[in-house]
Design a protein around this ligand. Structure first.
Ligand code: ZN
Length: 321
């Protein structure tokens, strides 16, 4: 049952995704604020209304929404609210929550070329693009009212601060309440699993794609600079020992990358070949996620100067240095 605790109420909403439930949060600020807005399914909306009713609230009582990032399980129900509701987030949410035909074309062209560079066999292209499209069915189609950036005080939330945390999504931010170090973290860090460093097309005006795992590690190290206490997460339970969890996650990722480097010792492999070796039983079923993870590990090794890469025809081949 939803309840208030220090001005924050946690709502847990079902999703159709393997990750399971997603969390959204209400904050009692100068305006009643909802952080993240669940998936666009009737089931989620019904659950949302029932949990609001526990707090004697209705959807119309919500005065503004702040997005932690643009993934469908965090934005989809925006389509069920009044179109006049104020929605704030990082400006990079916009291309995903308000998809234009130009962006869809750019997106498709980027992946078609990128998949060839990764040496993914063509038979996987259509199913993989289908999965991406299917996921976006649960997203919304509306615009941000305003944008928030690093170090901003979010609208109507005095005492809170915005920290940009790119990695899992390019648009990711967290909200930190400075008086007690309480953080609403979205998917920046989760108690039970490591969030996937999802691939995205180049940012507007850029030609190179972002390197999400390298960014994500920098984000974790950045969070180590803040006095953070209780962490409310996008999926699952709260985190109380953030600093030690960050250490553990960084160490585990480094070990995993070294395992990849080992595979590349004395031989050259394409990204798809590395992906198959890393995820032999799930790569076909979960190609998008396993490829993101593989590219992330290779980007990380490259940033350490631990691997080299060259182009062979249209594909990249990696080897240990
Ligand atoms: Zn996410």
């Amino acid at each position: 049952m939803a309840e208030w605790k220090d001005g924050i109420a946690k709502l847990t909403l079902p999703t159709p995704f393997p990750v399971g439930d997603v969390n959204a949060y209400l904050i009692k600020g100068d305006s009643l604020t909802l952080v993240d807005a669940g998936t666009k399914t009737e089931e989620s909306w019904e659950s949302f209304k029932a949990q609001l009713a526990d707090l004697n609230l209705k959807p119309e009582d919500i005065e503004q929404v702040i997005l932690s990032h643009d993934h469908p399980d965090h934005v989809g129900m925006l389509d069920y609210f009044s179109p006049g509701l104020d929605v704030y987030g990082h400006h990079l949410n916009e291309r995903w929550i308000n998809r234009t035909p130009e962006f869809e074309k750019e997106h498709k062209e980027f992946y078609e070329k990128f998949f060839l560079q990764l040496a993914i066999p063509e038979q996987y292209f259509v199913p993989s693009m289908k999965v991406m499209k299917k996921t976006l069915v649960f997203s919304c189609n509306r615009s941000l009212t305003g944008t928030i950036l690093e170090n901003d005080i979010p609208p109507a939330l005095p005492g809170w601060r915005v920290i940009e945390t790119p990695g899992h999504a390019q648009s990711h931010i967290v909200l930190l309440r400075e008086k007690d170090g309480t953080m609403i973290a979205g998917d920046t860090i989760l108690a039970g699993i490591s969030p996937n460093p999802l691939l995205e097309p180049p940012l507007p005006g850029e030609t190179d794609r972002p390197k999400p795992l390298v960014q994500y590690n920098a984000t974790l190290k950045k969070l180590q600079q803040y006095p953070i206490g209780l962490v409310y997460t996008g999926h699952g339970t709260e985190i109380t020992e953030l600093q030690s969890l960050i250490e553990k996650r960084l160490a585990r990722q480094h070990d995993r990358a070294m395992q990849v480097r080992g595979m590349l010792e004395g031989r050259e492999l394409t990204v798809f070949e590395v992906c198959k070796m890393l995820f032999p039983t799930v790569y076909e079923r979960e190609l998008n996620l396993t490829i993101s993870e593989t590219v992330g590990q290779l980007d990380y090794l490259y940033s350490l100067d631990a691997v080299s890469v060259r182009e062979e025809g249209i594909s990249f081949v990696y080897t240990a240095k």
